[in-house]
Design a protein around this ligand. Structure first.
Ligand code: PLP
Length: 374
């Protein structure tokens, strides 16, 4: 039986042709395709200014720069995310302050944020894990009340919405990733949605060496920007992906629905929150009942692999990585994130999958778990 990966990008022939065209055009770095991609992204974001970048991490780094995060500042975030979310805070010289997750959404528990705010707190980085949006009404009410900036780490929630509004079309700074595994990909890439068009010139300087070019061909540099521009090769992939966005999101939603219909609840796994209004179903993740199993997560993954099914882990809790332990973190600080992070597995979910693939995954989970559950 064919091996089922946990995800696979959906690139059509027209996109492959468009990439070839760019390669033959003689202009392969940032150029007309990047401009066209940014224009289409802006349209999706309700006309807000969007700047493309070469990664989602770059979008977060630039967002922190745009709100002038300084050494000594504190930024509140979740311990249950890709490590990039916290690394960028450290790279800015600031202190990540973790707040435990809500076990139902697996996103930062908004009710616990107020207690983590100090006079040094400047911002919240909210992560939409697996594409399930953090409650934007509560998030922004909290941010307004405490005068904090918000950076939405929407790396996983491109195509998701909040009460009918596209993620990215409202709010403060919104960072998306177009990494190969994300719902919409450019291979590697990302973008930042700006809350104010006046930020665009600084964003562009931070993106490319601080350079400002004048119409007469001269240039000036007044800050040390980085090197974060997207290539036209990547933008051509993005332009080929965008027309499929709705189809991708709806396809994922139907597959997720089928998981809920077919996954055996008697296995005592914790299923994700069944949100069919807002989530883009970036991932379908279950938490294994480790305490009742005679094997660990690694062995579960190996037994699924032996059945031709890839299972991912997204993510171990950030605060328990060596780097973060060296900053004073330890077990017991964020019990929900630790329990979920220890037992979470990502089951296959991508647009090209069929309903029978979902059934195959559910049957394999039943076979593997029924042998080891007590
Ligand atoms: C993928 C991801 C990032 C980083 O995006 P890159 O494009 O890989 O740099 C950041 N945060 C989260 C939650 C992600 O899933």
């Amino acid at each position: 039986m064919e091996f089922l990966p946990f995800t696979r990008p959906a690139i059509d022939e027209a996109t492959i042709q468009a990439v070839s065209d760019v390669l033959r055009s003689g202009w392969i770095t940032s150029g007309p395709k990047v401009q066209a991609f940014e224009a289409q992204l802006s349209e999706l974001m309700g006309g807000r200014v969007v700047r493309s970048l070469n990664s989602g991490t770059a979008a977060l780094e630039i967002a922190l720069d745009l709100i002038d995060i300084q050494p000594g500042d504190e930024v509140i975030t979740t311990p249950l995310s890709w490590v990039a979310t916290a690394n960028v805070i450290l790279l800015a010289g600031a202190k990540p302050v973790f707040v435990d997750v809500d076990p139902h959404t697996r996103n930062i528990d908004l009710n616990l944020i107020a207690a983590a705010i100090t006079p040094r707190t400047r911002a919240i980085i909210a992560v939409d894990l697996a594409g399930l949006p953090v409650d934007r009404d509560t998030l922004y009410a909290l941010a307004d009340k405490h005068r904090l900036r918000v950076i939405e780490d929407a790396a996983q929630s491109f195509g998701a919405s909040w009460n009918g509004r596209a993620i990215g079309s409202f709010g403060d700074l919104v960072a998306f990733s177009f990494h190969a595994n994300k719902n919409l990909t450019t291979g590697e890439g990302g973008c930042l949605v700006l809350p104010d068009p006046a930020l665009a010139p600084l964003c562009e300087k931070l993106r490319l060496q601080g350079v400002v070019r004048s119409a007469d061909g001269s240039m000036e540099v007044d800050i040390a920007g980085g090197k974060f521009n997207l290539t036209d090769i990547a933008a051509a992939i993005g332009l080929g992906q965008l027309p499929h966005l709705t189809e991708f999101t709806e396809g994922r939603r139907e597959l997720a629905r089928h998981y809920f219909a077919k996954f055996d609840t008697a296995l005592n796994c914790e299923l994700p929150l069944a949100d069919f209004a807002n989530s883009n179903w970036h991932m379908f993740q279950v938490v294994l009942p480790l305490a009742r199993m005679s094997i660990g997560r690694g062995e579960f993954i190996a037994r699924m692999k032996a059945r031709g099914i890839a299972v991912g882990v997204h993510y171990p809790p950030i605060h328990l990585f060596k780097l973060y332990r060296s900053l004073g973190h330890s077990e017991g600080q964020f019990p929900h994130a630790e329990r979920i992070g220890a037992g979470i597995v990502t089951l296959p979910l991508f647009p090209a999958m069929g309903m029978q693939d979902v059934e195959r995954v559910c049957s394999a989970c039943s076979e593997v778990l029924n042998e080891v559950l007590s």
